[in-house]
Ligand binder design. Structure first.
Ligand code: DX5
Ligand code: ZN
Length: 238
């Protein structure tokens, strides 16, 4: 059984009936529910707010992880905590005083993480990694579901892993964007321990349970050493 954790992202689910797919994802072994919050300012898209978290809290016991793609994340923590959120991911980009939101999250007794975009170097994490529980390496540019995986993030995942092992070994390395049964083995081999997946779980025509099983099978093959390795892609990116 793979120790890698799966975080289904509801951005790819049917918003008219969120409860059922979320319950299915929990039943199928989801570790946490990933909630993408966007303000059409930090990213060119708008999504959901604390009211959705409040509704989700009634239908699942899984931790609710809030990915904040908004300007001024400091202003929203209390509202999201009151709604039932368990952890927050704030972006390094645009947050010149990143320790402030991290400290606020900690003061509220929740888990704190920092997210970096594909074009942002792992090196920016050096001064913050000791203070967070999670690093989120974006494997697409934030803002939309079902985008193409950015392969140049693979070696960066390894660099993040190294930084964490030096300063904060308990910290999780999470990836988000374009994760499916093909890319999941690549990111795990690179050092990721938590995989966010939206379209590959909630957009799979076979259904949520079959989709999660497909991802788990691909991950188990990494651990068994039996997965089919995309050699040319790996050679390019390592
Ligand atoms: C993108 C979001 C992701 C998104 C991933 O900005 O942060 O969490 O839901 O969707 P997929 O897995 O479809 O790329
Ligand atoms: Zn996300």
């Amino acid at each position: 059984m793979s120790m890698v954790r799966l975080a289904p992202s509801i951005l790819a689910a049917d918003f008219a009936r969120l409860g059922q797919p979320v319950a299915e994802a929990a039943e199928a072994g989801g570790d946490r529910i990933h909630v993408d919050v966007m303000d059409r300012h930090f990213v060119p898209n708008r999504s959901m707010g604390a009211v959705v978290v409040q509704s989700l809290r009634r239908v699942t016991h899984l931790p609710l992880e809030i990915h904040l793609m908004i300007s001024d994340p400091d202003l929203c923590f209390e509202e999201f905590v009151a709604a039932g959120s368990d952890s927050f991911l704030a972006h390094w980009e645009g947050n010149t005083t990143l320790h402030r939101p991290v400290q606020q999250i900690r003061t509220l007794g929740k888990r704190a993480g920092v997210a970096i975009n594909p074009a942002t170097s792992a090196a920016v994490l050096e001064e913050i990694v000791q203070d967070v529980d999670q690093v989120l390496v974006m494997t697409v540019n934030p803002g939309f579901r079902h985008q193409q995986f950015v392969r140049t993030t693979l070696p960066k995942i390894g660099r993040v892993r190294e930084l964490i092992e030096c300063g904060q070994p308990e910290c999780e390395v999470e990836v988000d964007g374009g994760i499916d049964a093909g890319t999941a083995p690549l990111v795990v081999r690179a050092g990721a321990t938590v995989l966010v997946a939206g379209s590959a779980i909630f957009g799979d025509p076979r259904g949520v349970t079959a989709a999660m099983e497909g991802l788990r099978t691909a991950l188990n093959q990494v651990e068994d050493g039996t997965e089919l390795v995309e050699r040319p892609a790996l050679q390019r990116s390592q």
